[in-house]
Design a protein around this ligand. Structure first.
Ligand SMILES: *Cc1c(COP(=O)(O)O)cnc(C)c1O
Length: 463
């Protein structure tokens, strides 16, 4: 770490403020909320000791939200990958309010309601044809927990007591609960909990050049397939792991191997669902379909907490029995909340509009255009650029060394924030994952700022 300090300084000297002062730089003495927040709130994924004061947001509209000083931010990461159609969308708001006047919530065991049934019908209409049942929960992590429990109990109910192992891709992210941490990558984030996480067999991510290695490992693992319950993966893009991409062809091969050896396949589409990759679901790029699919984030257009785990009829039927112990004993208080279902139905209406589909392909075209507009000097700062559907990923060239590495993340975050753009780099990876409603003008503004950042980055560095 100490030998990197010089580099810190080089980079810092190109900024208007030293990184140490970032905490103060966003502090607004006029904002009483910031002080009150600091007194009582513990924020997620936040080192409260060093993190800048939280920025109070008072209003959202379209691709923008506004803080209490009136500053406008373009939400270039769709508020952690959830927002599809813009903030405070009037159509979704209207549908949720109508539902509130009718029924806000009811227990979902022994009772049902129109929004939940209608949403399940519509989802099954667009999910792969082999999917026949919808199980509701209330966020992405729980949708994955349910998927894992379904898979384990599917085998348990049929007496396959040895089928208790899971294959997962290296570098994956499936949530922050214990089961989802177990199947995700182990890292500094999970270290305090590693002793409590069940063992998982990891497969290399089949990125370009690694396809054969992944396939070979999968083939080797098939020798013990009678011990393996499921294979879980983020299809085509690993989000939190750095927006790492791989091709449908290799996933197809892995899925086929798993299926041929009676291993259930779980596609975690929590981030990729609802048009992000250019198709409605990432699994729409495949002919071999997974047995279980997890959805959340964009499900309600990013307005309310809702999770869905869909599965095949075969899985569903393994839980049907006169023996009550074969029940899927999983439930959350707010399972299938009618307001969230109403929001999801409204969001689907918007997603299925021809204008939205058109917008999704237009965003992709803008990204491609941006990529080809990069100069040689700009490209020097870039290790790799990746585009899939509406997602643009720029992996910055960095030296080895972790503290230098994380510093770039902070510098990039504050560089864009100061310019009214919310980006949230993953280490040295900056990416755009905007609401679909973003205007061409705003996207071009962001591209311009990215170019400014790349210039700053190359000039502050001995390349
Ligand atoms: C965000 C995410 C999750 C977890 O969803 P939460 O709603 O944050 O619990 C799971 N899987 C993937 C692929 C995600 O991107």
């Amino acid at each position: 770490m100490p030998n990197n300090s010089e580099k810190h300084f080089e980079i810092d000297s190109h900024l208007e403020y030293p990184v140490e002062n970032i905490r103060e730089s966003v502090f607004n003495p006029q904002s009483k909320i910031q002080n009150r927040d600091a007194e009582v709130i513990w924020h997620p994924f936040t080192q409260q000791h060093t993190a800048p004061f939280a920025i109070p947001v008072v209003r959202g509209e379209g691709a923008y939200f506004y803080d209490d000083s009136g500053k406008r931010y373009i939400d270039a990461i769709a508020s952690w990958w959830v927002n599809l159609h813009g903030h405070s969308h009037p159509y979704i708001a209207q549908k949720v309010m109508e539902q509130f006047g009718q029924l806000e919530h009811v227990i979902f065991a022994g009772f049902t309601h129109e929004p939940a049934v209608r949403l399940a019908e519509r989802l099954l209409g667009i999910l792969p044809e082999n999917h026949k049942k919808i199980f509701y929960s209330d966020n992405g992590s729980t949708s994955v927990e349910v998927a894992l429990k379904m898979a384990f109990q599917f085998w348990h109910n049929q007496g396959f007591t040895r089928k208790i192992k899971v294959i997962a891709l290296e570098n994956g992210y499936h949530g922050d609960t214990f089961g989802t941490m177990a199947v995700g990558a182990k890292s500094g984030f999970t270290a305090p909990f590693d002793p409590f996480l069940f063992d998982v067999i990891y497969l290399p991510v089949p990125v370009k050049g690694q396809e054969e290695a992944a396939l070979k490992k999968m083939e080797e693992l098939m020798a013990d397939s009678e011990e393996i319950a499921a294979f879980i993966f983020e299809p085509l893009i690993q989000g939190a792991g750095g927006m790492v991409m791989y091709e449908p062809e290799i996933l197809e091969k892995l899925l086929r191997l798993a299926k041929n050896h009676h291993i259930l396949t779980i596609a975690d589409e929590v981030m990729t669902g609802f048009g992000r990759t250019g198709k409605m679901f990432a699994t729409d790029y495949l002919t071999e379909k997974p047995d279980i699919i997890c959805l959340s984030k964009g499900l309600t257009g990013g307005t309310m907490a809702l999770g869905v785990t869909s599965c095949t009829q075969l899985i569903y039927e393994a839980f049907l029995s006169d023996d009550r112990r074969k029940t899927l004993f999983h439930s959350h208080s707010f399972t299938a909340n009618p307001l969230a279902c109403a929001a999801a139905l409204a969001s689907l209406d918007l997603t299925e509009k021809p204008e939205t589909r058109e917008k999704i392909s237009r965003i992709n075209a803008w990204h491609q255009e941006f990529e080809s507009s990069l100069t040689d000097t700009e490209n020097e700062a870039i290790a790799e650029i990746r585009i899939k559907g509406t997602i643009l990923v720029i992996e910055l060239r960095t030296e080895e060394g972790t503290s230098y590495f994380s510093n770039i993340r902070d510098i990039a975050y504050h560089f864009f924030l100061e310019r009214g753009i919310l980006m949230r780099p993953l280490g040295n990876v900056i990416y755009l994952l905007t609401p679909y409603c973003i205007s061409e003008e705003d996207m071009r503004f962001i591209y311009g700022k990215i170019k400014e950042f790349l210039a700053l980055f190359t000039s502050g560095k001995d390349v």
